[in-house]
Ligand binder design. Structure first.
Ligand code: NDP
Length: 407
């Protein structure tokens, strides 16, 4: 049985729910805390985590009277202890403390750590059979098959929090899985949708961070500009809903109002619409299987006027093509895709490479990995993490030659 429930087969939660937010100080964390803040009578916060933002974490832990707060940076323990002194809130630091936060008993966990670092904490929540709202797409991109198997084995419930996947999740409830013919995930096209390839090549960090519709963390905003984010989402959709690459279509929809669609065998296409506000999919996950009162602005289609659609350009945005290639190759290739992209984005942020070189580094890393005969099935989290580390090292070793090469 899939860990993503296609129908509301679980009873309504009822009563007060214990919740944990992994990545509470980030963009998704912020939207989640906003929803929790609106209904203090419904939710009790068990644990909150951050990477190094002790001030933000302590502030939230005190406001929500959390039981436990964890910061991933071990050097920050003293600072966190001092910030929580006298509050009675337990705390810890280091990777293990973040995992402990996820493992503590709570009904619902938001998995919103950025990057592959989110895998082990998300697995800790999955292994105790929690309901996990999954924003961290890297869990699925790095270790999708294994992650979904572990979730099914533990009877955990995975609720897709990413807006496109949440849209598919909602649309899928209109039919049976064997009646699905394809899914369509939409892409805004990002800030460079209409740019020529030569201009995209030279784009600056400030330009990459100007997303036309969504307000998000830095890494995902850069990934949206390169359309690597859509690539990650194609892979994510494949694991969440057991879809082949041919069953997943990407359509550029600059208004970001339709987030995802499912086509069924009778050619009915069921779509989910909403303002581009992550509080909508998060509210769906938080309330599921019921609907709660949202915090996003209502959708006024008359103000939007028109919804338009374009085919994605795989030449100007090679990151999207590479995602399909990696998905078809399987055997850890998507882990390599993600790892190389994380290295490339970090290098772009440090101005070590041009924007156009992000995709080139990912492609070169994937090709070198495959040429070396390294493709092999992943059978554990440690396997996935080992491939992730090796691929990061490979990408870092290729960085100087990619940086030196003109486009
Ligand atoms: P942010 O960068 O805004 O926040 C990331 C959070 O994770 C912060 O709390 C950060 O702590 C914490 N964190 C970062 N690195 C580590 C680490 N090594 N160990 C533990 N905690 C860490 O990211 P977003 O909220 O934008 O994204 C989070 C995830 O959700 C990503 O996987 C992203 O792809 C996905 N997502 C995001 C969307 C969005 O709209 N933002 C939409 C859909 C999916 P600190 O503040 O201390 O750095």
């Amino acid at each position: 049985m899939s860990a993503v429930p296609l129908r509301s087969d679980k009873p309504a939660a009822g009563g007060v729910r214990q919740v944990t937010v992994l990545g509470a100080t980030g963009s998704i964390g912020d939207s989640t805390m906003d929803l929790l803040r609106a209904s203090p009578e419904r939710y009790q916060v068990e644990a909150l985590t951050a990477n190094s933002n002790v001030e933000g974490l302590a502030k939230l832990a005190i406001e929500f009277n959390a039981q436990f707060a964890a910061v991933a940076d071990p050097a920050k323990l003293g600072e966190l202890r001092a910030a929580l002194d006298g509050t009675g809130i337990a705390c810890g630091a280091g990777e293990q403390a973040v995992i402990e936060a996820a493992a503590r008993p709570s009904d619902w966990v938001m998995a919103a750590v950025a990057g592959a670092a989110g895998l082990k904490p998300a697995l800790a929540a999955v292994d105790r059979g929690a309901t996990v709202a999954l924003a961290n797409k890297e869990c699925l991109v790095c270790a999708g098959e294994f992650f979904m198997e572990r979730a099914a084995a533990a009877n955990a419930c995975i609720l897709p929090a990413d807006s496109e996947h949440n849209a598919l999740f909602q649309a899928l409830a209109s039919g049976n899985r064997d009646e699905l013919t394809k899914v369509i995930i939409t892409a805004s096209g990002g800030p460079f949708r209409t740019w020529a390839a030569a201009d995209i090549e030279q784009a600056t960090l400030a330009q990459a961070l100007k997303h036309p519709n969504w307000s998000m963390g830095q890494k995902i905003t850069i990934d949206s500009a390169s359309m690597m984010n859509k690539g990650l989402e194609v892979i994510e959709a494949s694991w969440l809903f057991a879809l082949t690459p041919d069953e997943i279509e990407v359509v550029v929809h600059p208004q970001s109002i339709i987030h995802g669609m499912v086509e069924f065998s009778d050619r009915s296409v069921v779509a989910q619409l909403g303002a581009p506000d992550m509080r909508i999919p998060i509210a769906h996950c938080l309330g599921w299987p019921e609907r709660i009162v949202g915090r996003a602005a209502p959708l006024d289609l008359t103000k939007i006027g028109q919804l338009t659609f374009e085919a994605p350009d795989f030449v100007r945005f090679p990151g999207l093509r590479l995602a399909y290639d990696a998905l078809r190759a399987g055997n850890g290739a998507t882990t390599v895709y993600n790892a190389a992209n994380e290295i490339a984005v970090a290098a772009f942020v440090k101005e070590q490479i041009r924007f156009g070189a992000i995709a080139r580094l990912v492609e070169e890393t994937l090709n070198s990995w495959i040429r070396a005969g390294n493709l092999a099935p992943l059978s554990s989290a440690d396997d996935a993490i080992s491939v992730d580390h090796k691929a990061r090292n490979l990408a870092a070793s290729l960085l100087p030659q990619i940086a030196a090469k003109a486009s």
